[in-house]
Design a protein around this ligand. Structure first.
Ligand SMILES: [Zn+2]
Length: 408
């Protein structure tokens, strides 16, 4: 530990020597850098508390040592010694000699300390104060957003994210839309149907590409028995984020059945495939063709589609169709292939995060691994290449592909 701190402070000690020399040209200092060496000595003897005392005394004498304290506190926090980091930063903030900028820097660090130690209400108060000072505004607002997300205070998260966007903290509309969707889910669970629909529409007004909002809107409309508008909402997903089509094909089929127009699902899927080769649409269409014209027609359609756009899931389904109308030796051989593929698919998660590789069996709109919104995608819609990329991502991030919620 002492050596870590020592490395951190050596440049400061050198700089202090330079300052001392420079000042020495004007006036003779009594012990200009004695404090540094005294502090370093304590660190070498693994007495960081006494070192901190020394540095604290130095701050009282000379505000130029503020940076030493900030660095020290930061280091303690990174080492998990959060109480020490808090003491250092609290001492700093109590100094009346601090400039406005220095005080803001110390507030930011203290806020980080509180975050690390899990005292979220104190962290929140500090970041709110900081966001109002006009210094480190974006950093403070970003932390506030993190806190509100963690606490599931979605209204507050919306407010902080809007301020963050206004403070040049980057485009936040996709996140804001997700917060509105969270509010919609809460309202839906509480039976407040109209509130839920209002929140969903707010989500879409912030981010018209928010597929989650369209899926939710479709579900809400279905619950009200409004199947026509439900179908319109669900079909919108194709333009917003076709990788989520796997989530809407089934409810969409139900809407069309309820409307007495089941053939419209097939027409929709054909329109989808004319634009992009989504695996979930290919498989759903093969199944519809199979139901109407038999296994041979389904297999023919699927084989043609797979030649152009191969996918593991498509191949698995194709083997299933081939098996269903094979006989004798051929049937036995296809059974072996089919069973092997089924076993392989047991290990494949249904969803994975395109950013961090987190994988699982349920769709999280906020990735539990990297906390990103909208980065978890269904693997159903994945091509072979995307699937392999996801597997290599999982290996790179977790070191082992089994590190997934679905496997726990
Ligand atoms: Zn992730």
């Amino acid at each position: 530990m002492a050596f870590d701190l020592l490395w951190l402070l050596l440049p400061v000690a050198a700089a202090s020597g330079w300052f001392a020399a420079r000042r020495g040209a004007k006036r003779a200092p009594a012990r200009p850098d004695g404090g540094y060496f005294e502090g370093l000595n304590f660190l070498l003897n693994e007495q960081p508390d006494r070192a901190i005392e020394v540095f604290t005394r130095m701050v009282e004498v000379d505000s130029e040592t503020v940076e030493v304290h900030l660095a020290l506190g930061n280091l303690f926090r990174r080492r998990g010694e959060v109480d020490r980091a808090i003491r250092i930063h609290q001492n700093l903030i109590a100094r009346p000699s601090l400039t406005r900028t220095q005080r803001a820097g110390a507030l930011l660090e203290l806020g980080e300390d509180y975050l690390r130690s899990g005292v979220l209400d104190r962290a929140e108060n500090l970041f709110r104060e900081l966001a109002d000072t006009g210094l480190h505004t974006a950093a403070a607002l970003r932390r506030l957003v993190d806190i509100y997300e963690h606490e599931k205070e979605w209204e507050a998260a919306i407010g902080a994210a809007r301020r963050l966007e206004a403070a040049n903290g980057g485009v936040q509309r996709a996140a804001i839309a997700q917060y509105h969707c969270e509010l919609a889910e809460i309202a839906r669970a509480a039976g407040r149907h109209d509130d839920a629909l209002r929140s969903v529409r707010r989500a879409l007004s912030h981010d018209r590409r928010c597929a989650r909002a369209s899926i939710l809107e479709g579900r809400l409309e279905m619950e009200r028995g409004r199947y026509r508008s439900a179908a319109e909402s669900l079909m919108r997903v194709d333009e917003q984020a076709p990788e989520y089509l796997a989530e809407v094909i089934e409810p969409l089929g139900e809407c069309f059945r309820r409307l007495g127009r089941p053939e419209r699902l097939e027409a929709f899927l054909e329109r989808v495939l004319a634009r992009h080769p989504e695996t979930s649409a290919i498989i759903a269409l093969a199944e519809l063709r199979g139901r109407r014209s038999g296994a041979a027609e389904a297999a023919r359609f699927l084989a043609e589609a797979l030649e152009r756009n191969p996918s593991l899931l498509g191949i698995q389904r194709l083997v299933r169709w081939y098996r269903s109308h094979a006989h004798g030796e051929c049937e036995r051989e296809l059974s072996t292939v089919g069973e092997c593929m089924e076993r392989l698919f047991e290990d494949v998660p249904a969803y994975y995060c395109t950013h961090c590789g987190f994988s699982g069996r349920t769709l999280h709109w906020q990735c539990p691994g990297c906390r990103r919104w909208g980065s978890v995608k269904p693997l159903h819609g994945m091509s072979v290449n995307a699937f392999l990329a996801s597997m290599s991502g999982r290996l790179q991030t977790s070191g082992r592909p089994a590190d997934a919620e679905g496997r726990r």
